[in-house]
Design a protein around this ligand. Structure first.
Ligand code: GLN
Length: 441
């Protein structure tokens, strides 16, 4: 399909899979070198940016996020903004205010979250490049559920300028694609120092691709995962050994504390970041402007934030309150340091830490609707640790369950060592028999 015909079929594709929140009005791809989409929490000059939230409806940013600007400079055409959980709060993209993307392998199941629309677009459109954002698992989870490749570079590798923050110390911009080679190619385009994001300014250059020679599997990594995931992961390990990769088992006892620490840090940061959405500065103004300002803010925020956003504002405000801060927030930061230390010491002896990506295949919407918040937070058990550590990680498809649903496995490398992940994904792709979803529109 030519790029121009892809453009003309986007609305029809979207009707079925609901991966886009906004689609470009452009009908001719002209001499664009590639088509790409961006998660709807990255500002884009010509398209509304809502971060999955009703509270931002109508917000048209006056500038492009650096990641989007760099893709455009490289000849990319932004075709749409992908649907997501409100402000990134979720694991199944069911917390979006604008409909829920559907898994291309089974429309009754989730695409994962929170970059669900991005992974869906990558799975449905061969060669499509989707920019995703991960705070605690939002690239690898949907990549795994949709059977595609996803990479989260080191924290600070890609400028966050123009990203609507969820948790500033955790947010990382990366790529989801059906081709492994796109990971390195497009991270390379987006990466690099940007004076508008100081955390991007001290990074070493991306190293050359380095062959993956050894992986460490944390003891118990495959405990508590579903039978289908356990089997596909075991097959994946055998296949890696067949490719000449050494596999060893290691103890990483701190990893089990990643989820509670992550949710404390992430919600603490999110609760301050969301304070700016008060109905005056971004998006439309709604409601009764004659109210006193605090009544106005309260009524506006009560009406337009979704349930999960409110839950996280409450939780995050509590964990950083004077009197509780030491017990929760400061402790969570100490846990983060011990997780980083544990990864570092393991990675001195091998190239990457390997686990399944998600503990189960994509669940049905009917099952998600009866999950408690804590049950859904626990789904981040394997994607949380590298995210809290700010370490680069990538998910690759490694098998399918009896219903044909994809299973993913996740490689974690040391800070700034993306080169080994690019090469691991590319080598893996050559050896893996991928089953593409049957896409009919
Ligand atoms: N599921 C995690 C959360 O809800 C991660 C989401 C993300 O990375 N944005 O916080």
């Amino acid at each position: 399909m030519s790029q121009t015909s892809v453009l003309s079929s986007l609305s029809e594709i979207n009707e079925k899979y609901r991966m886009f929140r906004t689609i470009t009005s452009e009908t001719d791809a002209g001499d664009a070198k590639f088509l790409f989409s961006a998660k709807d929490n990255l500002t884009s000059k010509d398209m509304e940016t809502c971060s999955g939230s009703r509270i931002l409806e109508g917000y048209r940013p006056p500038f492009d996020a650096t990641s989007i600007a760099r893709m455009r400079e490289a000849g990319g055409l932004l075709v749409g903004k992908t649907n997501m959980d409100e402000f990134g709060f979720g694991t199944f993209s069911t917390n979006s205010a604008f409909g829920v993307p559907r898994n291309p392998y089974d429309l009754e199941r989730s695409c994962g979250g929170s970059s669900g629309g991005a992974a869906c677009a990558a799975a449905v459109m061969e060669g499509h490049v989707a920019i995703g954002v991960s705070t605690g698992g939002s690239i690898c989870c949907p990549a795994s559920f949709c059977g595609v490749y996803g990479i989260v570079p080191t924290y600070g590798r890609v400028s966050r300028y123009g990203l609507l923050d969820y948790g500033n110390s955790l947010d990382k911009i990366g790529i989801i694609s059906s081709n492994a080679s796109d990971l390195g190619k497009y991270v390379g385009i987006m990466a690099g120092a940007d004076p508008r994001d100081p955390t991007s300014c001290v990074q070493p250059a991306i190293g050359a691709r380095r062959k993956l020679e050894s992986v460490a599997v944390p003891k118990g990594a495959a405990e508590g995962v579903s039978e289908a995931v356990r089997k596909a992961f075991a097959d994946g390990l055998e296949a890696l050994k067949g490719m000449g990769v050494d596999v060893e088992t290691v103890e990483m006892p701190s990893l089990k504390y990643a989820i509670p620490a992550y949710y404390v840090i992430a919600t603490s940061e999110a609760s301050t970041n969301l304070a700016r959405y008060c109905g005056m500065r971004y998006g439309h103004q709604y409601g009764d402007l004659s109210l006193k300002f605090d009544d106005y803010f309260t009524s506006f925020r009560s009406q337009y934030f979704g349930e999960e956003a409110k839950r996280r504002i409450l939780l995050g405000t509590f964990t950083r309150m004077v009197g509780f801060r030491d017990r929760y927030y400061s402790k969570a930061r100490m846990v983060r340091q011990s997780i980083i230390g544990e990864y570092r010491s393991v990675l001195r002896g091998c190239d990457a830490v390997l686990t399944p990506t998600m503990p189960f295949v994509s669940p049905k919407f009917s099952d998600i609707s009866i999950m408690t918040p804590v049950e859904s937070y626990k789904a981040d058990i394997l994607t949380g640790p590298p995210n809290i550590a700010g370490m680069p990680h990538a998910s690759v498809p490694c098998g399918y369950d009896g219903d044909g649903m994809p299973v993913g496995m996740q490689f974690v490398a040391d800070h700034w060592d993306e080169g080994v992940l690019f090469s691991a994904a590319e080598e893996w792709e050559k050896n893996f028999d991928a089953v593409r979803p049957e896409v009919s529109i």
